[in-house]
Design a protein around this ligand. Structure first.
Ligand SMILES: [Zn+2]
Length: 225
């Protein structure tokens, strides 16, 4: 899941422990431990972002999303509410999670495996860049909402604060590599760097990518410029 308790995230705790150990030993920090922030890698399961208007069409006038679990990025949450996505061949994905808060556009993010199951061909896009992408029908307890476009497979990316960008020597729009070790070791290229003062260091990959390398909470990962 993409969700994690920001106060208890394993990577954050390990980062603190490492810093404390090296400080206690009076040793110089190795490069990864010298990073200003821990590297958190999260797998984003299929989900959607909706406008308030879409939420009201699906759940009723005046309906507000209810946070169920807070995500690692401040202010972002997995909502209690889910919708059903109906694809072009009337195949459906039920329990599609809504991530809040509401946005100014409607977007469904699927893995390629989901798209095959639904009978979609979906393009690989940067989140928010949905011009000319396929649409779909959403169904909620109070009604339907037709999306004319917005079904994508999201480009893998890393969120970072300007301090992280400086440490790794990259800028927004650059590509990095994400190296994942273990029995199913994989190195992903073309990990898009997204920099914002509001961001915490976090990689987002989808379920196809996470399953390909059997990413587990204790799998070591490394960001490479
Ligand atoms: Zn992201």
């Amino acid at each position: 899941m993409a969700v994690a308790d920001q106060n208890l995230h394993r990577a954050v705790v390990e980062h603190w422990v490492r810093l404390a150990v090296y400080q206690r030993l009076g040793k110089d920090l190795p490069q990864t431990a010298a990073a200003p922030n821990p590297l958190v890698v999260n797998v984003s399961a299929r989900h959607c972002h909706l406008t308030q208007a879409a939420v009201e069409a699906l759940f009723g006038a005046g309906h507000q999303l209810t946070p169920m679990k807070w995500l690692y990025q401040d202010g972002q949450f997995a909502a209690k509410e889910t919708v059903t996505l109906i694809g072009p061949r009337s195949r459906v994905i039920s329990n599609l999670r809504i991530l809040g808060p509401c946005r100014t556009l409607n977007q469904v993010e699927l893995a390629y495996t989901d798209a095959v199951a639904l009978g979609f061909e979906i393009p690989l896009r940067l989140s928010g860049n949905i011009e000319g992408t396929p649409g779909g029908m959403l169904m909620g307890p109070a009604g339907f909402f037709e999306m004319n476009q917005g079904v994508i497979r999201a480009l893998r990316h890393v969120h970072m604060h300007p301090d992280d960008a400086e440490f790794y020597g990259v800028n927004g729009g650059h590509d990095m590599q994400l190296k994942i070790v273990g029995p199913c070791a994989v190195t992903f290229d073309k990990l898009l760097v997204r920099v914002d003062k509001a961001f915490k260091l976090e990689v987002h990959i989808d379920t196809d990518e996470g399953n390909a390398c059997n990413l587990q909470p204790d799998t070591p990962c490394e960001l490479i410029k």
